[in-house]
Ligand binder design. Sequence first.
Ligand SMILES: [Zn+2]
Length: 197
Amino acid sequence: MKIQQAKCPKCELTLCMESYDELLYCPTCRAIHTYNPPTIDQISYEIAGFPEDSPKENRIYVPFWRILSEFHITSGDVDGGFFSKMGKELEDGGRNGSIYIYMPASQIDKDAFRYWTVNLTINNPSYEIMKDFDEVKRIPTIISQEDAIELTDFVVMILEAENPGILQHLEYSLTVNEAKMIYLPFITGSSGLHLVV
Ligand SMILES: [Zn+2]
């Protein structure tokens, strides 16, 4: 396995990466930078804690982009479906509002991408925020923050398709206000990865 070396742009500590990751985490100053020269940006992130009663073995962190999106339904006739489901969180009679869209940021197959996107966007996970990874390994991020923002419209289509309503006509605009990296706690098992929040 090829080991790559990079310097933390904030504290200049030399970091080793065993596998390619879009994000460079520094265990000393706890900054995460995008690793895509020449653009090197510090990004905001959260590490979700493992619940106390979760197994101590086979823990792993999986990266997700959490995209704060603002909807403005400019005209439409929607009965049921994703927008209605989110309706309780929308202000102004369901025509405007903001939601957190979750999307996997790691290498993942199409069905798993769909599964986690739909489930975590409809039921946003709640967790305690930790200050570091506590030596738990993390799966590398391969979807950059930029790509994630570009994928938002596509993800909204997935969400609407998963929850089909009677959709006669819909026009909306979507504004991305923030894309934050969220590391969610999983347990690896013989049947795959299990979220433990
Ligand atoms: Zn550093």
